[in-house]
Design a protein around this ligand. Sequence first.
Ligand code: 5GP
Length: 132
Amino acid sequence: MATIFSRIIAGEIPSYKVAEDDNFFAFLDINPLIKGHTLVVPKKEVDYLFDIDDALLEKMMVFSKRTAKAIEKVVKCQRVGLTVIGLEVPHAHIHLIPIITGMQDMNFANPKLKLTKEEFEEIALAINKAWR
Ligand code: 5GP
């Protein structure tokens, strides 16, 4: 069965898309720690990030870099942090999280933000524009 992220990439489940190329899809995390919290996902379904073949993993880091640079242009932050957990959804993904106050911004035990549809749309569009 396709993972929830494959269904998002296929457009079967809606998402706030930030960027896309032949290999990767980036969209806003639905339960963001910080405004602009983005997930980068390979279109190829692989559960564990470190099972991704070397060539694709290199490209995933470059795609994440470009996406992080776009996030920086939209969200006023010290820098964008990158983390990988992957315990909830068995489809490899990189979290890109704007760090505003400090390392505590990347603590997944923090309460998640509740954003409106309009807020999600506005951020996704702005990051997408900065990405292009
Ligand atoms: P992890 O697998 O890295 O522990 O966490 C998965 C992440 O995916 C979580 O931060 C969660 O909020 C996000 N997530 C799970 N399901 C969906 C979804 O359907 N849409 C979006 N945009 N994010 C999701």
